[in-house]
Design a protein around this ligand. Structure first.
Ligand code: ADP
Length: 268
């Protein structure tokens, strides 16, 4: 069942069309990565979904037209994590920032406190709770922004280059954590990125270029189209290149993005 449907989306900045008759359906419980080079329209699409840009379109979230939903209603079900979180911080401490949305919904303070403890522990940001979010590093700010989104227990999580500034080891841990949210809690994940390595746990990979979907396929089979990805300036992960070569020699039978899994396959 599609929980997000975009039909006939047209959008332009002044005279320049970014999207023209754009269509996309997202199925419930899927992790979909939308990758594309800079300028392909990723952030614009996120802003449209968040209600921050108005468009000519027929967009439905959970079968209800986006236009009829108020921003407040959308945010209760869809968690957005933007690439520049500092623009969205409103409080003087991380703790208050985490509590902010739930306080506005009049959630019981004890419940809020419990959730803050749980989520800050999961994302390893307990040491930042008393800090001013504006004074944090970019990576720390991104973790706080993700924690804020998770506080609301969203049914859909939309990530816009949200892990870009987080160091690579921590990023891998966060991707694993998101996979748990995706599988155990059935949170649908829509991740916009230019980094194909972040697609590691995706069910589906969509490549966007110039506001158009040029590749759309199941993961990781979709990497058979890697030549096109390279052509538009996307870097194809080393593990994919390696597994393609190993496949040619008959050493493995499928493509593998996860290096650890690739090594395990080789030893079998
Ligand atoms: P991405 O997130 O994939 O880098 P964007 O959605 O930011 O792509 O941008 C898509 C296109 O829209 C680019 O050509 C960009 O220059 C243009 N664009 C983005 N924001 C604005 C704006 N506020 N005014 C005019 N053009 C814009």
């Amino acid at each position: 069942m599609a929980i997000l449907e975009i039909k006939n989306l047209s959008f332009r900045y002044k005279n320049k069309f970014i999207f023209d008759s754009f269509n996309l359906d997202i199925e419930r419980g899927n992790w979909v990565t939308i990758a594309g080079p800079n300028g392909s329209g990723k952030t614009t699409l996120v802003k449209i979904l968040a209600g921050l840009e108005k468009s000519y379109s027929d967009i439905k979230i959970f079968n209800k037209p986006l236009k009829k939903k108020k921003l407040y209603d959308i945010r209760k079900e869809v968690g957005f994590v933007f690439d520049t979180p500092e623009n969205f911080f409103a409080c003087e401490t991380v703790e208050d920032e985490l509590a902010f949305s739930l306080e506005n919904m009049a959630v019981n303070p004890k419940t809020i406190k419990k959730k803050i403890t749980e989520i800050s522990k999961t994302l390893k940001i307990e040491n930042l709770l008393k800090e001013n979010p504006y004074n944090l590093s970019g990576g720390e700010q991104q973790k706080v922004a993700l924690a804020c989104a998770l506080m609301l227990e969203p049914r859909i999580l939309v990530l816009d280059e949200s892990l870009l500034m987080i160091d690579i080891n921590e990023r891998d841990e966060i991707l694993k954590l998101l996979k748990e949210y995706n599988k155990k809690k059935r949170v649908t994940i829509l991740s916009f990125t230019h980094n194909l390595e972040e697609a590691i746990y995706s069910d589906r990979l969509i490549i966007l270029n110039d506001g158009k979907i040029i590749i759309d396929g199941a993961f990781p089979f979709v990497f058979t189209e890697e030549r096109i990805m390279r052509k538009i300036g996307l870097e194809v992960p080393f593990s994919i290149e390696l597994s393609q070569k190993l496949k040619v020699f008959g050493l493995i039978d499928g493509l593998e993005l996860d290096l650890e899994r690739l090594v395990t396959k080789l030893w079998k």
